[in-house]
Design a protein around this ligand. Structure first.
Ligand code: CO8
Length: 256
């Protein structure tokens, strides 16, 4: 069904792998379209899927960027249209109502790092290298990276990374707050899955509401506090609230 990605359902976790290792998993248009399709359809609709891990095939790269060869002859209008469309894809991941972890297993550069930034959490293996090298190409990040990196690590560090175009390693990325955890290469999937499994014991409706409200607070067009009040109130009407509070009173584990 897909040419550039695979999706494996392992228990309640979907493992989405980008499978262009020959090109270090660079995101050509078709790959991004397939990722977008997956998040709009099966990953969203399949109730057995409680969380997603995104990673890159091969030993070397998560994703080494947007596919440079595809846009070398683009005009300003074509570049802007590509970035606008890419924003839509990244936003669907950013707003996705189930937890998503980027398992960064090598190079995460340019659009690849921007994809990881759109995920809710990032776990890097010790061999990972992260950077936004667009200035080397006479470009700036165009898939939301200027905004999401600054909101994650602050303006100073974001500008250092963007203006130097240099890569940082997993340990430095952890110190910056860019990745949540660092792990051995062979433990990467298990570490991500372990994080997700803890979330599967909790209310999926509450998790979806938390993603929405945290994102709203970072969105200049929204009032995060107002969104919190609204979502908090709505939680009271959910079966998950009934189950969670009944379980507490009965001194048992909730079953979500
Ligand atoms: N696009 C296309 N092909 C790529 C990319 C890429 N981003 N990265 C690697 N490849 C290809 C190489 O061309 C090579 O293919 P071939 O064998 O056919 O020549 C193959 O992958 C293997 O790569 P290398 O031989 O270069 O591997 P090395 O181990 O020597 O080097 C590096 C690894 C350092 C990661 C190197 O490949 C590199 O610098 N890649 C480019 C990194 C980069 O600049 N990324 C940013 C791209 S721009 C971007 O992402 C903009 C995002 C926003 C777009 C918004 C719309 C405009």
């Amino acid at each position: 069904m897909y040419n550039n990605i695979t999706i494996q359902l392992l228990d309640q976790t979907a493992l989405l792998e980008i499978t262009r290792p020959k090109f270090l998993n660079a995101l050509n248009r078709e790959t991004l379209e397939e990722i977008d399709h997956a998040f709009s359809q099966e990953l969203l609709q399949n109730k057995d899927i409680r969380g997603v891990i995104i990673t890159g095939a091969g030993e070397k790269a998560f994703v080494a960027g947007a596919d440079i060869k595809e846009f070398v002859n683009y005009s300003a209008e074509e570049g802007a249209a590509l970035a606008k469309w890419g924003h839509g894809v990244m936003n669907r991941i950013y707003e996705f109502p189930k937890p998503i972890i980027a398992a960064i297993n090598g190079y995460a550069l340019g659009g690849g790092l921007e994809l990881a930034l759109a995920c809710h959490m990032r776990v890097a293996s010790q061999n990972a290298k992260m950077g936004l090298p667009e200035v080397t190409l006479g470009l700036i990040p165009g898939y939301g990276g200027t905004q999401r990196l600054a909101s994650l690590v602050g303006r100073g560090k974001a500008l250092e990374m963007i203006m130097s175009g240099e890569m940082i390693d997993a340990v430095e990325a952890h110190q910056w707050g860019l990745v949540n955890h660092v792990t051995n290469q062979e433990d990467l999937y298990n570490t991500c899955n372990h994080l997700l499994k803890k979330m599967y014991e909790k209310s999926p409706k509450a998790i979806a509401a938390a993603i929405k409200v945290v994102n709203a607070g970072l969105d200049k067009s929204k009032d995060g506090y107002e969104e919190e009040v609204k979502a908090f109130g709505e939680s009271f009407g959910t079966p998950d609230f009934r189950e969670g509070t009944d379980a507490f009173i009965a001194k048992r584990k909730p079953n979500f």
